[in-house]
Design a protein around this ligand. Sequence first.
Ligand code: FAD
Ligand code: UQ1
Length: 412
Amino acid sequence: RPYVITSLLGGGSGGITMSARMKRRLGAENVAIVEPSEMHYYQPIWTLVGAGAKGVASSGRPTASVVPSGVKWVRSKVQEINPDTNTVRTGNGMEISYQYLIVALGLQLHYEKIKGLPEIEDWVKFKIGSNYSVLTVEKTWSALQNFKEGNAVFSFPNTPVKCAGAPQKIMYLTDAYLRKTGKRAKANIVYNTSLPVLFGVKKYADALWEIVKSRDMQVNLRQNLIEVRADKQEAVFENLDNPGETKVFEYEMLHVTPPMGPNPEVKGSLLADEAGWLDVNKETLQHNKYPNVFGIGDCTNLPTSKTAAAVAAQSSILDRTISKVLKNEKPDSKYDGYTSCPLVTNYNTVILAEFDYSGQPLETFPIDQSKERWTMYHMKADVMPHLYWHGLLKGFWGGPGPYRKIMHLGMK
Ligand code: FAD
Ligand code: UQ1
């Protein structure tokens, strides 16, 4: 029955944030969220959980506590989206009609695409970890603590990923942990990435190359993890510039960043682009074919790095876009692609990368953010979680854009 004006698909960062904003705009009784998970996770803290600097419990809160009061929560999966009839079918057999639809389904992790990767229960035994899932993040910390001597190997897959810095943040923390515990001399740290660069923005890549060189970490570009031979503690990488050529790395610790891709519910719908991501206008976030459909976050084909910081900036733009559409006016706000990645380089330092669609730095603070700073670590570890739970998810934090303008007053 069409009691719902706006349906939100997905109750992650983007879904909860937009539900708070839509409640303010339309009234709670006109908003519904479809989300199967009983828990909502603040994923950015997993970088620190994997390195033992935070507990995993701090990352999750019940979904019931983050769904704005009065907003209808459908505790089920989206099974099928039909934008021609303005309906969504859910796993529990409901058919929901919508006037407006915001898709915030995130992306899918594909651990199963890595041949031989054992069942998660066996990861501790096989010295494997992965900060990308709540089920595997604590295994990273086990592997780190159990490290004796040998290679610590880190992977970056040959797909788009969320938080493109996370696969190497854990390498820097591993290096720091092994130094702190006197084991660094017996360790060889290897970062094998599918990318042709260490980081997509030159200013930060230059700073990171300095760090990997000065701390004696080995970076191999265009290497893609395709197989794990867990019983032998071997990881097999394919050379993407010479397909078929593989290289085997013995490991004492393996951190896996899984291949990622669009959700099947988006990919299999009329809303997807050719690659399967939600096809939205890159300035207004309105769907390119269905004007009553909008997208936010990791599920979209916005050509920027997929982060919660990007979700924050997108949320204020999308709020504006929808307000215009509701009044039958033309959307006028323009998303510039803002995204941010706090590159944790030690247990007390962060390089705060911030940039836009053009790949140019777009820094909030009037200081050089490519330098390692303890203030930025404090922001990442202690300030950001509050900003997330009490600012972003409540619909009050739309990214640092306005503050950047104030802080740079008279400086440029
Ligand atoms: P999500 O928050 O992932 O939410 C998607 C939701 O959709 C989930 O709740 C899921 O259950 C639900 N869903 C999926 N399928 C269905 C379905 N069929 N039906 C209904 N619901 C469904 N970002 C930063 O800004 N800074 C950082 O430092 C940072 N570090 C990170 C470190 C790690 C290790 C990870 C994993 C991520 C990090 N991120 C960081 C990225 C950030 O967490 C994501 O970009 C952000 O959460 C994206 O929000 P989203 O709403 O698009 O997706
Ligand atoms: C941000 O807005 C955000 O979302 C709440 C993050 O996710 C946890 C971030 O990591 C960052 C860096 C930002 C940007 C905020 C500032 C103050 C630069």
